[in-house]
Ligand binder design. Structure first.
Ligand SMILES: NC(=O)C1=CN([C@@H]2O[C@H](COP(=O)(O)OP(=O)(O)OC[C@H]3O[C@@H](n4cnc5c(N)ncnc54)[C@H](OP(=O)(O)O)[C@@H]3O)[C@@H](O)[C@H]2O)C=CC1
Ligand SMILES: Cc1cn([C@H]2C[C@H](O)[C@@H](COP(=O)(O)OP(=O)(O)O[C@H]3O[C@@H](C)C(=O)[C@@H](O)[C@H]3O)O2)c(=O)[nH]c1=O
Length: 289
């Protein structure tokens, strides 16, 4: 039976893999949260891989607080840049295929058209710079790796924009949301599904790929869609607000081109709004009814 290690398993994406794992009983999944496995600890990682053979390692562990990263640069780089290097070295030595995730924030956002994989990177915040360094470290150390740059992940799990808006709707708070950035909201469950499809098909087209849902939106459009789909348009005030204060700069435009991922893995792309609606109906409205 092939085995799959999932790191950062209590995070948003990790929990999507855990949810999906019940559909893949042919694999032996080992889920390890940050308290069970610290990916910055080379010694613990070495021992783990010496004790068990993993065919795949899905690295969902990351430092993802974009605002805090500005003042915690060292910590962000340790988790997002140095740890992926350790993981890549160990995976290479153990003949384990590594799946890793990066971000649209590796780009500066000056483009007017969707970013391709080989477009120039130029992060404008610490989080983006730390994730880019992590990509570079993996590319140098491993052969059998997939890096998926994705954007604006949300799901029913943990802290994310979708859950924040739903919570604010419950509190009937006034929402002031920026229209200053354009990107693509991505259902983290769709990303987890893509990875499992690649594992099942034993596809070996290793490399860096862009994956998000289809279409584009501002954060305001995303918030508006969440309120419409959850039937909350009457109960709270939603305003466009380009003066929303943040510490970290964010790219104005970060839509990703999905040509490569479609060509290499033959997957259907779901429009962000359709996937949002599906998730709300399957995971949220069911829970509250
Ligand atoms: N969220 C988003 O919008 C986007 C995310 N991505 C990328 O996708 C991936 C998954 O993100 P997502 O699930 O949303 O992020 P989360 O923040 O929800 O999950 C990250 C997990 O990593 C854990 N973690 C942090 N440091 C360590 C460590 N040293 N060792 C082990 N685990 C650690 C965290 O644990 P704890 O909480 O205990 O610190 C948390 O459980 C990341 O690589 C991220 O950069 C890319 C684009 C968009
Ligand atoms: C909560 C809130 C946010 N905003 C703005 C702030 C910011 O510009 C934008 C998004 O806010 P967030 O803090 O939720 O998102 P942010 O942390 O920028 O999200 C990013 O996370 C990392 C991990 C990624 O890799 C990116 O792809 C992206 O998803 O919306 C408002 O305008 N009003 C609000 O009420």
């Amino acid at each position: 039976m092939k085995s799959i290690l999932v790191t950062g398993a209590s995070g948003q994406l990790g929990r999507c893999f855990e949810k999906l794992s019940s559909q893949y009983s042919q694999f032996d999944f080992v889920f390890m949260s940050s308290s069970e496995l610290d990916i910055t600890n080379k010694c613990d990682l070495t021992h783990l891989f010496a004790a068990k053979d993993f065919d795949y390692c899905i690295n969902c562990a990351a430092y993802t607080n974009v605002e805090k990263a500005e003042s915690e640069k060292e910590k962000a780089f340790k988790v997002n840049a140095e740890a992926p290097k350790i993981l890549a070295d160990i995976c290479h030595f153990s003949n384990t295929t590594l799946f890793h995730f990066s971000t649209d924030y590796v780009f500066n956002g000056n483009s007017k058209m969707p970013y391709a994989e080989d477009d120039k990177t130029d992060p404008i915040n610490v989080y983006g710079a730390s994730k880019l360094k992590g990509e570079e470290n993996i590319r140098k150390s491993a052969d059998k790796y997939f890096i998926f740059r994705t954007s604006w992940l949300y799901s029913e799990f943990n802290h994310n924009f979708f859950n924040t808006i739903l919570r604010k709707a419950e509190e009937k708070a006034t929402l002031n949301i920026t229209t200053a950035q354009k990107g693509t909201p991505t259902n983290a469950n769709d990303l987890a599904q893509l990875v499992m499809q690649i594992i099942v098909s034993e596809n070996a087209n290793y490399g860096v790929y862009h994956f998000s849902n289809d279409g584009e939106a501002t954060w305001y459009d995303f918030a508006e869609a969440i309120l419409e789909i959850s039937g909350n348009t009457e109960v709270l005030e939603l305003n466009k607000d380009n003066s929303y204060k943040t510490v970290a700069k964010r790219p104005e435009y970060s839509v990703l081109s999905k040509k490569e991922v479609q060509q290499n893995f033959n997957i259907p792309l779901i429009h962000w709004r359709e996937s949002l609606e599906q998730l709300y109906n399957s995971a949220i409205s069911k829970k509250s009814s």
